[in-house]
Design a protein around this ligand. Structure first.
Ligand code: TXA
Ligand code: MG
Length: 318
C-alpha cells in the first residue's frame, strides 16, 4: 500500500514492522535498528545475505555519539560538510548496535538522509532506522514509491510516499583507516566534492573476492534486460539492428536508430545531476518495455558521471 500517512508509518515501525521509506538517494526498506524482528524481516523480504550489513539512518549529527564509539576528526568534518545528504560513514560501533545490523563487523554505517519526510519520520521515532535500498538483492534500486510497491507488494505493510528521489543514486560510502579516507562505494557525493574536504582519498579497489562493501560487487544493480555498456555505440547499434533494443543516451545525438529501437535521453542539456536523477528510473522504464537489449555509452568520467559509469559497468558485468 502506497501512502503519505506519517502517523501510520510511525505506528508500524514502533510495532516492529517494515516499511518502504523515501530518502533523497533511493527508497529504503526501513525498520527499528533495535528490533530483531524488524531487522530479520528486512533481510528476508530483500533476500539479502546476512553477511551484508545495513546502513543506520539518524535524524541529527548529535545522535552520532549514540551509535559510534569513536569519531575521527576528518569524519566529523565530512559529516558537517555533507549531512543531511548522500554520504555514509563507516565508524567504530557502540556496543548497543546489534551485530545483525553490522553483520558482526566492528564498524557501523551511518548517514542522515536529506529528505523532509524521512527527517520528519525519524524525528518522531525514539530509535534510528536501518534501511538497505528497497530492491531485491542484485536488482535496480527504486527511486519512486511505485517501484517499491512493484517489487514487494504485500510483503511490506506500507510504502511511505515521499515522491521521486532527488539524487537518484545511492549514498557514497566512506571509511577510515588511521588517517586514510577510503571510498568504498561511489554515490551521490562525488569524489571531487570529498576531495575538497580531505585532500587525500583512496578509492577501494574493485576486487570481487573480498567485497568490503558488497555495493562493490562487480555484478550489481542489474536490470532484468541484458545491458551492453560500450564506447562503440554505433557498432553495437548495427550489430543489434534487428533486435528490440533500448538506447540510454546522456544528451542529444545524431545517431541513426532503427525503427525497432527506443531511446531515452537522460539530460537534453547534458547535465550530470539531471542524468543521475533520471538514471535508475530510466532503467526501470526500459525493463518494463520488454526489450531484448539495452545499450549505453560511457558518461564523461568526472563527478557524478564517474558514478554512473561505475553502476553501468557493474550492471553489464557478466
Ligand atoms: O543511499 C543509500 O545509502 C541507501 C538509502 C536507503 O539510504 N541505502 C543503501 O543501502 O544503499 P544498501 O544496504 O543497499 O547498501 C549499503 C551498503 C552495502 O553494500 C553494505 O555492504 C555496506 O553499505 N555497508 C553497510 N555497513 C557496512 C560496514 N559496517 N562496513 C562495510 N560496508 C558496510
Ligand atoms: Mg542496495
Amino acid at each position: 500500500m502506497i501512502s503519505k500517512d506519517l502517523d501510520l508509518a510511525v505506528k508500524i515501525l514502533e510495532d516492529d514492522g517494515v516499511i518502504g521509506f523515501p530518502t533523497e538517494t533511493v527508497y529504503g526498506l526501513a525498520g527499528n535498528i533495535f528490533s530483531e524482528k524488524a531487522i530479520n524481516n528486512i533481510f528476508n523480504i530483500k533476500k539479502r545475505p546476512l553477511f551484508n550489513p545495513l546502513i543506520v539512518h539518524l535524524k541529527s549529527i548529535e545522535e552520532l555519539g549514540n551509535v559510534a564509539s569513536e569519531i575521527p576528526e576528518i569524519a566529523l568534518k565530512l559529516a558537517t560538510a555533507f549531512w543531511p545528504g548522500p554520504l555514509t560513514l563507516l565508524l567504530p560501533k557502540k556496543d548497543c548496535i546489534p551485530d545483525l545490523i553490522t553483520a558482526g563487523k566492528p564498524t557501523v554505517a551511518v548517514r542522515i538522509p536529506n529528505h523532509p519526510m524521512a527527517l520528519s519520520l525519524l524525528r518522531r521515532l525514539e530509535f534510528p532506522l536501518a534501511a538497505p535500498s528497497a530492491n531485491p538483492f542484485k536488482r535496480i534500486s527504486p527511486t519512486k514509491a511505485q517501484h517499491v510497491e512493484n517489487y514487494f507488494g504485500s510483503d511490506i505493510e506500507m510504502v511511505l510516499d515521499g515522491g521521486i528521489c532527488k539524487t537518484g543514486v545511492e549514498s557514497t560510502i566512506v571509511g577510515f583507516d588511521n588517517s586514510e579516507v577510503i571510498i568504498y562505494r561511489l554515490g551521490g557525493i562525488s569524489v571531487e566534492e570529498i576531495k575538497k574536504i580531505t585532500k587525500k582519498v583512496t578509492i577501494f579497489n574493485k576486487n570481487n573476492d573480498s567485497p568490503e562493501a558488497p555495493g562493490m560487487l562487480l555484478k550489481h544493480y542489474a536490470p532484468k534486460t541484458p545491458l551492453i555498456f560500450t564506447k562503440n555505440i554505433a557498432e553495437e547499434i548495427s550489430k543489434n539492428k534487428n533486435k528490440k533494443a533500448g538506447i540510454l543516451l546522456f544528451g542529444q545525438s545524431n545517431l541513426k536508430l532503427p525503427d525497432n529501437f527506443q531511446q531515452i535521453i537522460l539530460s537534453e542539456s547534458e547535465n550530470l545531476e539531471e542524468a543521475t536523477f533520471r538514471f535508475y528510473e530510466s532503467l526501470h522504464l526500459m525493463d518494463e518495455m520488454n526489450l531484448e537489449v539495452i545499450i549505453s555509452q560511457p558518461f564523461p568520467d568526472t563527478g557524478l558521471g564517474r558514478v554512473l559509469n561505475d553502476k553501468l559497468s557493474r550492471a553489464s558485468f557478466e
